[in-house]
Structure formats: C-alpha cells, structure tokens
Design a protein around this ligand. Structure first.
Ligand SMILES: NC(=O)C1=CN([C@@H]2O[C@H](COP(=O)(O)OP(=O)(O)OC[C@H]3O[C@@H](n4cnc5c(N)ncnc54)[C@H](OP(=O)(O)O)[C@@H]3O)[C@@H](O)[C@H]2O)C=CC1
Ligand SMILES: O=C1OC[C@@H](O)[C@H](O)[C@H]1O
Length: 392
C-alpha cells in the first residue's frame, strides 16, 4: 500500500469555526477509514496578534513546529503551506481569499463563499488563471450521509423527485444573543454581511441544490427561478427568510420545488437539535427521505417507501416495518471529510471539487443575490465590491 499524501494547512483567522476545523485536521484519518490522505497544520495567522495565533495552535494541539503569524499577509508567504483555510466572517472572504490566491496558495474558504456572485466569479477566474485549487467549505456535502442520499436519488430509489423542504432556523432571543453591544455580532451586523440567509440559509439551499440540481447530469442542470419573502432585523440584516425555488428539470426529468427556510426567531425544532424530527424532506414518487436536524450536521435519516410501493398488508395494518432508519456516526466535528476532498484534489492536480464545484457555488450565490434583491437587503459597498485590495 502506498503511503498517504500529506497536506500542509495554514489557518487564516482563529475564531470559533477555525478552532473546530483545526482540531478535526488533527484527528487520525484511520478513525474514519481514510488511509490515502493525511493532514498537518504548519501555520496559523491571527489579524490581532502572533500570540493569539500561538495560543490557537496550542489549543488545537497542532505540531509545535507550526508557525504563528500576527498578520494574514505573513501567512500567505509561508512556503510550508499547501492550502489555506479562510475562516473570517463572510464580509472578508473575497479580500482574504484573493490575498491567498494572488500569493499562489490553494484555498478552502468558509461558507457563505462571498457576499455576492460577482465576487465568487472573480475568485474563480483568479483560481483558474493561477491554476490553484479553490473550494467553498460546504462541509455537509462531504458527509457519508449526503453521499448516500445523493446516490439514492441518482439510482432512482425515490422515483421522480418533486419537492424538497429544508429548514435551518435557530429560534434565538436575537436582542440578547446577538443584538447586545450595538449589534456588532457577525450574525446581525451588515458590515460583516450578517443575516440569517448568508449564515444559516446556505444549508437549506445546499439541501435543495444537492438533491435537485447536483443529482442531475451537468448538461441538464438549469438554475432555479426564485421567489422570496424576507423580514429584516433592526440592523437591516435578514432575520426570517423563506425561499421558493423552481428547478425546471429535477431528478426524474420533471420540474421540482425546493423550499428553503431560515429564521432567527423560530426554531426548526423547538425542543433543540438531535431529536428525531426531520429538518429536511426529500419527496419523490417512490418514497421520501427525511433527514433529522440540524441541517448543517445531520447524523440520521430515514427512507419511507411510498404507500403504493409498500406491502398492502403492512399499509392496511398501519405498521411501518418498511421504513429504513439509517444512523451515520461522525467521529469528530465532521469537517475532516471536506479537508480529505481538498487533499485528494490537490494531490490529483484538480482545481475544483466535483462535490462542490465552482459553477454550483456561483449559482447558489446568484440565488442568494436574487433573494436579497427581492427582500431589499443591501450591504455596504466596501464589502460588495470586487475591488482589491480594500481595507475592511
Ligand atoms: N462550517 C461551519 O459549520 C461554520 C462556518 N462558519 C463560517 O465561518 C466564518 C467565521 O465564523 P466564526 O468562526 O463563527 O466567526 P468568529 O467571529 O468566531 O471568528 C471570526 C474570526 O475572523 C477574524 N476576523 C478578521 N476580521 C474580523 C472582523 N472585522 N470581525 C470579526 N472577526 C474578524 C478573527 O480572527 P483573528 O483575530 O484571528 O484574525 C475572528 O476570530 C463565517 O463565514 C461563518 O459563516 C461559522 C460557524 C460554523
Ligand atoms: O455554518 C454554521 O453552522 C452552524 C451555526 O451555528 C453557525 O452560525 C453557522 O455559521
């Protein structure tokens, strides 16, 4: 057996998700039955100080030899880094990713990819020009659970898929949780591209797209039409957003509706996460897949065959023995699967991933642009611009 290919990561920013991601990189890949790829963290940078970066590396139990930088500019120059994970607020993704690409670094950039589709296109053009790998970090797409569900749809197990309903809603006391201290928190602050849709709504949209768009051969994929209803928080960021998508040609060849819901005010599951309540329903002529929440990190789904496809005696008796419950354990946070994908793409000289390709990231950004247009959500020009560099 050949030895695993080692990928050397640089972590740009030291906030909440950067810590989870770096800790996942340090997990032995054999715990998820991976033997072809290995990860190491060779550097981290904090915009506040090098001591913050050093503390981050220690907290995440990264190798003691890893370099700690007090600026992102220093990180991108490090020759011991193969790929940079960008973990700043969405407002900063365009500027930070461009910095990495122009310095010749491959990039995995957190969701939402950018603030708008024009920025996403510009990053993709730059990655192409520089022959660098670039991917939006939509980790959920690389879960075994997502791969299994996409395969079932592609195999026709659900028949023609007509509707997908997906929700990620948090039900917070917004004023107390994010609205205190002058509403500076990234979830509600327009300067940081705050709002429910760009932060949470990308997940229900991901479920609509990975089931109704990604599962269709590339030549037959058509972007959906968009209808949106949007309520704003006092800052102008969206707090309650419902999106109705019509995909002209879904799996099975018919049009399908995708309903993507997100809210800060009400919850997908008022009892909290991880109870046996579906956050996602994928409905086809031969049956339905229900995925229990949360939509960003689901671990359980069930397949319910359509009544017509079930044993009539079972249906008559009202029993559900033919419902198949599937548990998909995650040995860690679950961000390592997207990291493995980046590693394989870089090893194989691919600039984009088939699981989260450039075109699909751009179509999803265009969808969110249209929702914002219909809902009247505007962000400051300095974070919408494609000008580079801009100091934020
Ligand atoms: N995939 C997932 O499950 C998740 C993804 N995310 C995504 O990750 C990104 C970061 O989110 P999260 O880690 O929760 O955010 P945090 O606020 O916890 O961290 C963001 C970090 O970005 C850096 N930063 C640089 N400029 C700014 C600025 N002006 N204001 C605030 N922070 C700044 C800081 O790091 P430093 O001081 O070191 O430079 C900061 O710690 C978002 O795009 C979000 O959508 C978030 C949570 C979960
Ligand atoms: O990506 C995310 O998933 C988990 C949420 O808690 C977080 O706000 C969001 O950014």
């Amino acid at each position: 057996m050949s030895s695993p290919h080692t990928i050397r990561w640089g972590i740009l920013a030291t906030g909440g998700i950067a810590e989870k991601f770096a800790k996942d990189l340090m997990i032995d890949p054999s715990t998820r039955s991976v033997s072809d790829i290995k990860h190491t963290v060779t550097a981290a940078a904090s915009s506040s100080s090098s001591s913050r970066a050093k503390h981050f590396l220690e907290t995440c139990k990264c190798p003691p030899s890893a370099s700690a930088y007090g600026s992102y500019e220093e990180l991108v120059k490090d020759p011991n880094v193969d790929i940079i994970y960008v973990a700043t607020p969405h407002s900063h993704h365009y500027q930070n990713t461009m910095l990495c690409l122009l310095a010749g670094k491959n990039v995995l950039c957190e969701k939402a990819f950018t603030v708008n589709a024009t920025q996403a296109k510009r990053l993709v053009e730059t990655a192409k020009e520089k022959k660098l790998f670039l991917m939006e970090a939509v980790w959920t797409r690389f879960f075994p659970l997502s791969l299994q569900i996409r395969k079932m749809i592609e195999n026709g197990d659900l028949g023609a898929v007509h509707r997908v309903i997906a929700d990620l809603s948090f039900g917070q006391d917004v004023e107390k949780t994010w609205g205190a201290d002058g509403a500076k928190h990234r979830m509600v602050n327009p300067d940081l591209a705050g709002g429910a849709m760009l932060d949470l709504g990308v997940y229900p949209l991901t479920w609509c797209f990975q089931t109704l768009y990604h599962t269709v051969p590339t030549t037959l994929r058509k972007p959906p039409s968009v209808l949106a209803a949007v309520e704003k928080y006092t800052t102008g960021a969206d707090e309650n957003t419902s999106i109705l998508l019509t995909f002209p040609s879904a799996p099975g060849g018919k049009p399908a509706h995708g309903v993507a819901l997100t809210s800060f005010r009400v919850a997908t599951d008022p009892d909290g996460f991880n109870t046996a309540r579906p956050a996602i329903r994928i409905q086809g002529t031969k049956g339905e897949i229900q995925v229990d929440g949360p939509a960003f990190r689901p671990t359980h789904y069930r397949f319910i065959p359509a009544a017509d496809d079930r044993d009539p005696q079972v249906v008559k008796a009202g029993r559900n023995e033919e419902v198949r419950e599937v548990e998909c354990e995650i040995p860690g946070q679950g961000m390592f699967w997207e990291a493995d994908e980046c590693g394989r793409c870089i090893r194989d000289g691919k600039l984009e991933s088939a699981g989260m390709g450039w075109e699909e990231s751009i179509v999803i950004m265009e969808t969110m642009d249209e929702v914002r247009r219909q809902g009247g959500i505007k962000y400051p020009e300095k974070i919408e611009t494609i000008e580079y560099p801009v100091s934020l």
